[in-house]
Design a protein around this ligand. Structure first.
Ligand SMILES: *[C@@H]1O[C@H](CO)[C@@H](O)[C@H](O)[C@H]1NC(C)=O
Ligand SMILES: *[C@@H]1O[C@H](CO)[C@@H](O)[C@H](O)[C@H]1NC(C)=O
Ligand SMILES: *[C@@H]1O[C@H](CO)[C@@H](O)[C@H](O)[C@H]1NC(C)=O
Ligand SMILES: *[C@@H]1O[C@H](CO)[C@@H](O)[C@H](O)[C@H]1NC(C)=O
Ligand SMILES: *[C@@H]1O[C@H](CO)[C@@H](O)[C@H](O)[C@H]1NC(C)=O
Length: 434
């Protein structure tokens, strides 16, 4: 039974040790430059989109003024191509003086003044992937200290231009060096992505001890194929990945591309739903200045976000894979609630999928169901067959409340004893959603 599984996962998670910086007890949320803006440094011809302090200030203003920050999207993260090609006379990294005239510390303060946080990027190796100065082993301490001096809040450590032996030394060393600065800095490790993402080359126990999140797999691109490719890899390897995730330590399937050019609205809901099931970090990489209202509504869906941010931090799994192309995903949530996603891989038309909660192993009576993207509630008995209509490459996502508990009082209708009542408050939709 499901709840036995939950209890067992909880018992196990008490004996794992997360990175002890107190950060990211739920998956981090914010905005990250890479997928949408890449290494555009042509500020002369493309001033609005080039990697410059103006871009990060623009995104910070949008996060603070358009309702994102209040929903949890607080990180503004710089990716590659921010640095000057030369270290300074004291051997420290420095930002490109033309594109970041105010410097990184000033940018960090701009974020902090608005209740936001700043993330920055580096690379365990001789060069970053884009050819900027890297952080080889002998530069790890000085670079960690530089980021702390700049009051940076998060650091992504990429892995181009280093080999497995160097990475094995460098990623733990950076974790120590960040800790030694005394500044809590969220630590994102690209290490497993460079080692195939799976044991025995990747040791997820160790990653959980040294990093807050880690990129397991390849970079996301602006296409549905890319989203599907990544999701398929994560769920094909779910038995390895699920135990690695817990508060403070997350698998990272990469950025949300919702609001760009590659996804339909149905596919956008699918990415949001699957990333919520995976307890994935929610870093949008899009242009918040011009985002469509349709994409905004999906990214700002409170129930999808609160499923993603569930405090138990248990990563969900695929539980059904039908020949018809329908799949069902499930994630246990706190207070005995859970989330279900019905996903269609089909390309023809909305598919009417028939099942029942008991077929999905819900066997303790009646449940309150809330349809995340349609804002509709209902009550469903475990044994009752139901039909969900799932659009091609789309999802239906449900929040399923705790099973109703039987009350003491008997319910009278029309003068006749009808049966026991339910304690409504025990299986209500959490008020935070409404
Ligand atoms: C550094 O590590 C120690 C011991 O694990 C922990 O107590 C402390 O909070 C950490 N400090 C920072 C800034 O991460
Ligand atoms: C990794 O790189 C280092 C430094 O360049 C080199 O000394 C070492 O032999 C390399 N190791 C492997 C396994 O390639
Ligand atoms: C993985 O890392 C953990 C913690 O650092 C360590 O105890 C364990 O021996 C490692 N496992 C393997 C197979 O190397
Ligand atoms: C969850 O369900 C289990 C088994 O039905 C029950 O023992 C436990 O008290 C419930 N926990 C909460 C928080 O409702
Ligand atoms: C239901 O539980 C059984 C027994 O644990 C398991 O074999 C089966 O795969 C589960 N079915 C679903 C849909 O999760």
């Amino acid at each position: 039974m499901r709840f036995a599984v939950v209890a067992c996962v909880l018992a196990l998670s008490t004996v794992t040790f997360a990175l002890d910086n107190g950060l990211m007890r739920t998956p981090p949320m914010g905005w990250l430059a890479w997928e949408r803006f890449r290494c555009d440094i042509d500020c002369e011809h493309d001033p609005k989109n080039c990697i410059s302090e103006n871009l990060f200030i623009d995104m910070a203003d949008r996060l603070a003024e358009d309702g994102w920050r209040e929903l949890g999207y607080v990180y503004v993260n710089i990716d590659d191509c921010w640095a000057s090609m030369e270290r300074d006379t004291q051997g420290r990294l420095q930002s490109d003086p033309k594109r970041f005239p105010g410097g990184i510390r000033k940018l960090a303060r701009y974020m902090h003044d608005r209740g936001l946080k700043l993330g920055i990027y580096g690379d365990m190796g001789t060069h970053t992937c884009g050819g900027y100065p890297g952080t080889p082993l002998d530069k790890i301490e000085i670079d960690a200290q530089t980021f702390a001096d700049w009051e940076v809040d998060m650091f992504k450590f990429d892995g181009c231009y280093s080999n497995a032996t160097e990475q094995e030394q460098g990623y733990p060393l950076m974790s120590k060096a960040l800790n030694a600065t005394g500044r809590p800095i969220g630590y994102s490790c690209s290490w497993p992505a460079y080692q195939g993402g799976l044991p025995p080359k990747v040791n997820y126990t160790q990653l959980g001890e040294i990093c807050n999140l880690w990129r397991n797999y390849g970079d996301i691109q602006d296409s549905w194929d890319s989203v599907l490719y990544i999701a398929d890899w994560f769920f094909a390897n779910q038995d390895v990945l699920i135990p690695a995730a817990a508060p403070g330590q997350w698998n990272d399937p990469d950025m949300l591309i919702i609001g760009n050019f590659g996804l339909s609205m149905d596919q956008s809901r699918a990415q949001m739903a699957l990333w919520a099931i995976m307890a994935a970090p929610l870093f949008m990489s899009n242009d918040l200045r011009t985002i469509s209202s349709g994409a905004r509504v999906i990214l700002q869906n409170k129930m999808a976000i609160s499923i993603n941010q569930d405090p138990l931090g248990i990563q969900g799994r695929r539980i059904v894979k039908e020949k018809s192309g329908i799949e069902v995903y499930w994630r246990p949530l706190s207070n005995n609630a859970s989330a279900l996603v019905f996903f269609s891989r089909r390309n023809d038309m909305p598919y009417r999928y028939q099942t029942s909660l008991s077929k999905l192993n819900y066997t303790t009576g009646s449940y309150k169901i809330y349809d995340v993207f349609n804002d509709k509630g209902s009550t469903l008995k475990d044994s009752t067959d139901f039909v969900v209509s799932v659009n091609p490459t789309g999802v239906v996502m449900w929040h399923v409340s705790a099973p109703a508990k039987l009350g003491q009082r008997q319910f009278y209708g029309g003068g006749k004893l009808q049966g026991p009542t339910y304690h409504h408050h025990d299986n209500a939709i959490p008020p935070s959603f409404l």
